[in-house]
Design a protein around this ligand. Structure first.
Ligand code: CTP
Ligand code: MG
Length: 223
């Protein structure tokens, strides 16, 4: 494999409700992070995995993942972007393709990891998996009055893993300002074209209790 994957997993999971950090919450009896790392390790291109864990859980996460796959675990930061930056700095010399993948997208199939890596290998400096937006989208003012309807056909919902030529991601993080919610956003600010590839419904981000229930159902029915 020629690919390193950074796994931001240091978030609290506030929107999931009270409990342990989200990456450590159980899904079908195993932590979300275990599901995510197992699927990453099953992708043939993946050579190196670096996990950014909650600072208080670094030793626990090392022990948890040791039987799953060889991983490096580092303490994450206060924002997702900081967690990715710390993980990126821990990638050893070698891999020239770097993917960034949310632990919260625990059911992402290895095939999606391969398709993103393949698009970078084929010459795209930055690659994101996307899905069409299914709902009508409106812009709404502070008073909850509609300002207008957005042209949905030009919109995409963005997932991870996002893939980058290593030097492109490193330069984007070195130049980063205010925290953004994805890494492609940093690369866009550098003027680098970002290529879209088809995403997967299984790569949903487990964010709210409904998403966790859906993930449980998908696993129980062979997803
Ligand atoms: N993440 C991280 N470091 C942070 C914040 C988030 O590594 N300081 C990670 C999360 O662990 C998650 C991914 O970034 O895998 C996407 O973030 P999100 O879904 O927002 O997770 P949380 O921040 O944990 O959830 P919430 O925003 O509801 O607290
Ligand atoms: Mg968050």
């Amino acid at each position: 494999g020629d690919v390193a994957v950074l796994v931001p997993a240091a978030g609290a999971g506030v929107r999931l409700g009270p409990g342990r950090p989200k990456a450590l919450r159980p899904l079908a009896g195993e932590p979300l992070l275990v599901h995510a790392v197992r699927r990453l390790a099953a992708a043939p291109s993946v050579h190196t995995i670096v996990v950014a864990a909650p600072a208080a859980e670094v030793a626990a996460v090392r022990a948890l993942l040791a039987p799953v796959a060889p991983v490096t675990v580092v303490p994450g930061g206060a924002e997702r972007q900081a967690s990715v930056a710390v993980a990126l700095a821990a990638v050893p010399a070698g891999p020239e393709i770097v993917l960034v993948h949310d632990a919260a997208r625990a059911l992402t199939p290895p095939e999606l990891v391969e398709s993103v890596a393949a698009a970078v290998r084929a010459g795209h400096d930055a690659v994101i998996p996307v899905l069409p937006v299914v709902d009508t989208v409106k812009e709404v003012g502070a008073d909850e009055v509609v300002l207008g309807t957005v042209d949905r056909s030009a919109l995409r919902a963005v997932q991870t893993p996002q893939g980058f030529r290593r030097a492109v991601l490193t330069a984007a993080h070195a130049a980063a300002g205010d925290p953004l919610t994805d890494d492609a956003g940093l690369v866009e600010k550098q003027g680098v074209p970002v290529r879209c590839v088809p995403g997967s419904e299984y790569a949903l981000k487990i964010t709210r209790p409904f998403d966790l229930a859906l993930a449980e159902h998908l696993l129980a029915t062979g997803g």
